[in-house]
Design a protein around this ligand. Structure first.
Ligand SMILES: [Zn+2]
Ligand SMILES: [Zn+2]
Length: 292
């Protein structure tokens, strides 16, 4: 992960000065840089279940995200070891951090592993029930588990699907080939600016046509619009779909961001989310059952 690369990209993005200098936005960026520091200081260390390549290819051909198709027992020990570090993360409010610390104090490691497993499997009801029992905001608990699980998701995804982008002819769907989540960010790479969608949950990269909505498949140009943040049209943009209200941020990149840089890129382009929401578009949610 190269924090500096994303910071430099951001510096060239055509956001108005008042946004670049906004204090809340600066704090958000700082918090994500800190989070990457946590991940960098605690490299992934756990075993990863292996799946035969032919099995992976068969599921992709059938159009089934791997995580839904493959039963594997995942080692959550690394995620569990990240929980105290993520609980101290300044991206959470002081109140949330205090409540997460209390959860750490009143749970045993086995309970925390069970919570991580529930979040991994997308069992939202179980996580909500736990939040109530542990007296913590459900959203805070979800986010805590999400960030603790992120390096494990990345590692399992890389082991099964590989690190490279998945070619259009191998997958071709709008949702993530590994976990089924919908993307909210794409990178435009190569000479022709091909669109490579990125998964917010596992960092997967897969090719997808520029003129098609990944959420509903709409490809009629009359229903697809682009919100440019600035007159500088070659830079950052938001692709929106009038049929389903989904939007995807688009960022030109010389190279694909690694999964950790991706978290940073997403946070650093937050003004695009604000712009899209002001126009009435919604941040896409992961498909049901695989939500963060
Ligand atoms: Zn994914
Ligand atoms: Zn759509």
């Amino acid at each position: 992960m190269d924090v500096q690369r994303i910071v430099q990209m951001w510096e060239t993005m055509p956001f108005p000065e008042e946004i670049k200098e906004d204090e809340g936005f600066a704090k958000l960026r700082e918090a994500y840089v800190d989070l990457l520091g946590v991940y960098a200081a605690h490299p992934f260390a756990a075993s990863v279940p292996r799946v035969p390549e032919e099995e992976v290819q068969a599921h992709l051909r059938a159009g089934t995200p791997l995580l839904r198709a493959i039963e594997a027992s995942v080692d959550f020990s690394h995620a569990e070891s990240l929980l105290p570090l993520v609980a101290a993360w300044e991206g959470f409010s002081e109140e949330v951090r205090a409540s997460l610390w209390e959860v750490l104090e009143k749970t045993l490691p086995a309970e925390r592993l069970a919570l991580l497993a529930a979040a991994w499997a997308g069992e939202g009801a179980a996580v909500h029930e736990a939040a109530e029992r542990l007296e913590v905001q459900p959203k805070a608990l979800e986010a805590w588990l999400f960030f603790a699980l992120y390096p494990t998701r990345v590692a399992v995804r890389e082991a099964w699907l590989g690190k490279d982008r998945v070619p259009l002819e191998v997958w071709g769907h709008g949702s993530c080939p590994f976990c089924g989540a919908l993307p909210h960010l794409g990178e435009f790479v190569g000479d022709r600016g091909e669109r490579v969608l990125r998964c917010p949950s596992c960092g997967a990269a897969w090719e997808f046509p520029r003129l098609r909505c990944p959420a509903c498949g709409e490809d009629d140009p009359n229903h697809l619009e682009v919100l440019f943040f600035d007159v500088d049209r070659d830079r950052v943009r938001v692709d929106v779909c009038d049929r389903c209200g989904h939007y995807v941020k688009g960022i030109p990149a010389l190279e694909l961001s690694d999964p950790f840089e991706l978290l940073l890129l997403d946070a650093f382009t937050y003004p695009l989310d604000v712009a899209a929401e002001e126009e009435g578009y919604g941040r896409p949610q992961a498909e049901e059952g695989r939500d963060r």
